[in-house]
Design a protein around this ligand. Structure first.
Ligand SMILES: Nc1nc2c(c(=O)[nH]1)N[C@H]1C(S)=C(S)[C@@H](COP(=O)(O)OP(=O)(O)OC[C@H]3O[C@@H](n4cnc5c(=O)[nH]c(N)nc54)[C@H](O)[C@@H]3O)O[C@H]1N2
Ligand SMILES: Nc1nc2c(c(=O)[nH]1)N[C@H]1C(S)=C(S)[C@@H](COP(=O)(O)OP(=O)(O)OC[C@H]3O[C@@H](n4cnc5c(=O)[nH]c(N)nc54)[C@H](O)[C@@H]3O)O[C@H]1N2
Ligand SMILES: [Mo]
Length: 765
């Protein structure tokens, strides 16, 4: 496709008619035009299902229009009438399928039968559920050590499925729970407990209606949590100050036309969202936030001299926190010159942002993957906490820290026990309830799981949803390691890359989706999920299952558990599968915060799992909230010189590794994903012009070459020393070693790279 067709700048606001049109075409493309609309009307409603898209909260589940363009795409994707049947698998070898793109694989539609890999014909062949479960049992029971198995979870699994899954793995004997969260908000789960004693956000949706100021760091709400746009729009219309910090000028951070608002739609007007977007350099957030804090401290000092009202909340700082002196000393030792150079933002601009923050009585600090997916991800998160604590913006109405979670139940999965570092309290409670002794040794996260696979120690991989092989970093090495496994098992709704990067034995186990009716022995079942604001609520599917051969996730887990553990199990798997209310009783017994679980989910909107920090109770060893100093400003002190930092981002038309189309409307890219966004200065430095083809090469420190080739240069107003390209196509560039040392989050938003003009052969497309 020529450049004119590929690159077409988008001048409209985010949302609006463009969003409605895009949702309509997603429904048509998936052949669900009529039933899809009926399905959508039940989304996020009482008695309906929870949107399988993002983890943003819902306003009490009462408005008839609680869905958005990308939620609509997620539902259409699941409710599609297309089917990926045994006939399809019979017609293609796995080698042939592996040559297809990710978009093409999932476009085959919903999986209909359990399938087992047959090496002789290089095909997946149908297998009965009983044989599939027995195969899992045989492999697991043949291993000398349960820690040779990894139990991966993707964050769409319900609380009920996730709880059963961890129970199965722990009774089998391992805490190996690599989780999509390890590549996502782990820096939050590790960083915030050190700062404020809890690894989750501290705000509720109603706080957005009261905040005077909302800062958004490294998060793209118009694409990844579009229901948040109505909260931002309302805040903007009330006069709250919104400012964003992002290398991209994301359209939805600029202006938004609410598809639900008849006046904006009819008059083609929109609401401005951010009063300023500060285009921070990739990896420049520590510098940026230190700059803001430096200004706050200076302004406070000046106010003290003038005997004016203090800028810092000293009552809060003295009564509730520890570590302020070290923080102030570090800020004093950090020069404005370094702050400007590293963040790419002028001092005056940083001061403007800090002034807006100072003037707000109540501020919310929102952040996403632009903050967490760095080598200093944990430190990044903690700088946001520092900024909040300086003005007592935690545990007050209209104020707080708001990490925006990814998958719709990633937070819930962690709450109900998917963790590789279980507390004694959790293990004791499991033992007390079920009577088996769970293992105490900590297990694998994503990075350590991959390292163990590379060393050949791991033999079996089981995936509860997700697309592990595509989501992980360093494909060249890591996918090879996956191919050497004895058995790979994937519980999935659609065919994806992970099913083709398989072990010697391999199973694809197709499951019901969230939109579908789930009937078990006691009748139709509901599941529960927890959103980004810690609200727990029920989700009930209404569509007929995509195939009569599907099983629910809890039933599949129970089937594997029974086949593996047999009579030695202390868990009544059959009873739990027959009635999910019994699973919730078990969850409540193990986690007392779920007290009254089955009753409380009957309330529309569900119930809130209280957060201690919200009550200003600090569950830290010191009993105080902690200011935590980040030494220096650098992403990666090991990298010398001034490299170009690559960030890997989502387009508007993808859900993680699922591609809805090859376009990215708001950023003006159509029909192509092999592009690299580059600012004018960085292009000039390299003698590049738009449409040139380049190879992107990682500045690896382990001597291994990591490159992707023939990427098309797109001129974009991007900051210096920074560039961006799409995930997952650029995952081969992210070295496994390049992770945050504390949270082990791969640094997929900060890869040091160089660009090389592509050889003509790869360039001529
Ligand atoms: N439609 C849709 N919804 C989704 C998803 C999806 O793929 N599609 N994914 C779900 C999941 S699992 C997650 S985790 C969330 C992800 O949602 P987001 O957190 O929004 O994730 P990204 O789009 O990867 O990146 C976020 C933003 O960070 C910016 N950024 C990149 N590098 C930096 C940096 O160094 N500093 C700063 N300040 N900003 C930076 C990018 O330009 C981008 O605007 O969304 C969830 N919801
Ligand atoms: N370079 C780079 N890498 C990244 C990121 C990045 O920004 N840059 N982001 C990271 C993040 S934030 C995340 S969360 C991970 C995502 O990693 P994953 O969660 O592993 O990946 P997804 O793409 O969300 O998984 C999609 C697959 O899930 C299956 N699926 C969908 N719905 C269901 C269901 O209801 N049940 C079951 N059992 N299966 C279902 C389908 O088969 C589909 O193909 O990727 C991470 N990797
Ligand atoms: Mo995520």
């Amino acid at each position: 496709m020529g450049i004119a067709k590929t690159i077409r700048p988008y001048h409209e606001p985010a949302g609006g008619w463009g969003a409605l049109k895009a949702m309509g075409s997603a429904l048509v493309e998936q052949h669900v035009a009529v039933s899809g609309m009926a399905t959508l009307s039940r989304m996020n409603q009482p008695g309906g299902f929870d949107c399988p898209g993002c983890g943003w909260a819902d306003p009490k589940h009462t408005s008839p229009f609680e869905y958005c363009e990308n939620g609509g795409k997620a539902v259409a994707w699941e409710a599609t009438t297309k089917r990926c049947t045994p006939e399809f698998f019979a017609a293609h070898t796995v080698t042939e399928l592996a040559a297809l793109g990710d978009y093409e694989l999932e476009m085959e539609g919903r999986l209909t039968h359990p399938m087992r890999y047959d090496a002789g014909s290089d095909r997946y062949l149908p297998v009965s559920w009983e044989e599939a479960f027995a195969l899992v049992g045989r492999h697991l029971n043949a291993l000398p050590d349960p820690n040779m198995v990894d139990f991966y979870t993707s964050g769409r699994a319900s609380n009920e499925a996730a709880f059963l899954y961890q129970l199965f793995a722990r009774e089998y004997g391992t805490n190996n729970f690599p989780d999509c969260s390890n590549m996502c908000h782990e820096a939050t789960s590790v960083g915030l407990p050190q700062s404020i004693g809890v690894g989750k956000g501290t705000v509720l949706l109603e706080d957005f209606a009261r905040a005077d100021c909302i800062f958004i760091f490294g998060q793209n709400p118009g694409t990844n949590s579009p229901r948040m746009m109505s909260d931002l729009r309302n805040a903007s219309r009330r006069g709250a100050t919104i400012m964003s910090f992002n290398p991209f000028r994301e359209r939805a951070l600029e202006r938004f036309q609410a598809p639900q608002n008849p006046v904006e739609m009819a008059t083609l007007t929109s609401t401005p969202i951010s009063s300023r977007i500060f285009q921070v350099r990739v990896g420049g957030d520590v510098a940026l936030i230190k700059g803001m804090m430096k200004h706050l401290v200076a302004a406070d000092e000046a106010a003290r001299v003038r005997k004016a009202a203090p800028v810092l909340d000293w009552d809060f700082i003295r009564g509730h926190t520890a570590g302020i002196d070290a923080l102030i000393a570090d800020l004093a030792a950090t020069s404005w010159e370094d702050i400007e150079r590293k963040s790419g933002i002028a001092r005056a601009d940083i001061e403007t942002a800090a002034e807006a923050y100072m003037q707000a009585e109540r501020a919310i600090l929102v952040y996403g993957m632009g903050i967490t997916q760095h080598r200093h991800g944990t430190k990044n998160v903690q700088q946001i906490a520092n900024l909040a604590l300086l003005r007592g913006n935690v545990g007050r109405e209209g104020a707080g820290i708001c990490p925006v979670r990814g998958h719709s139940n990633v937070q819930g999965d962690r709450t109900v026990g998917i963790t590789e570092v279980p507390s004694d309290a959790l293990l004791d409670a499991i033992e007390a309830r079920f009577g088996f002794t769970p293992p105490r040794a900590f297990g694998h996260n994503v990075v350590t799981a991959l390292e163990a696979m590379l060393r050949g120690e791991t033999k079996v991989f089981i995936g509860l949803g997700g697309n592990f092989a595509a989501a992980i970093p360093d494909w060249q090495q890591t996918q090879d390691a996956m191919r050497r496994l004895d058995l790979t098992v994937h519980i999935a709704t659609k065919l994806n890359r992970s099913h083709l990067v398989h072990g010697r034995d391999a199973l694809i186990l197709p499951c019901l989706g969230r939109t579908e009716i789930d009937v078990q022995a006691s009748g139709p079942q509901s599941v529960t999920v927890e959103d980004s604001m810690s609200m727990v609520h029920a989700s009930t599917g209404h569509n007929p299952p995509a195939s009569a051969h599907l099983k629910s996730e809890p039933a599949i887990i129970a089937g594997m558990a029974r086949a593996t553990l047999g009579n030695r199990s202390r868990v009544n798997w059959e009873a739990l599968t027959a009635d999910y209310a019994l699973i919730r009783e078990d969850i409540e017994a193990v986690f007392p915060i779920f007290q009254g679980y089955n009753e409380r989910i009957k309330a529309p909107g569900g119930f809130h799992l209280t957060s201690t920090a919200r009550e200003r109770i600090w569950a830290t060893p010191s009993g105080k909230a902690n200011f935590i100093v980040c030494e220096g400003l650098c992403e990666d002190p090991g990298v010398s010189g001034h490299p170009l930092w690559l960030t890997t981002v989502r387009s508007h038309d993808q859900y993680n590794t699922t591609l809805y189309s090859l376009s990215d409307r708001y950023r003006g890219v159509h029909g192509a994903r092999d592009v690299i966004f580059l600012g004018e200065k960085e292009m000039e430095k390299r003698g590049l012009k738009p449409d040139d083809r380049v190879d992107i090469v990682t500045l690896s420190t382990d001597g291994i070459e990591r490159a992707v080739r023939g990427f098309r240069v797109v001129l974009h107003p991007f900051p210096e020393a920074s560039c961006a390209a799409y995930y997952p196509e650029t995952n081969p560039l992210v070295p496994l070693y390049a992770h945050d040392p504390q949270s082990f989050t791969p640094a997929s938003k900060g890869v040091p790279v160089r660009l090389v003009k592509s050889a003509p052969a790869t360039g001529a497309k």
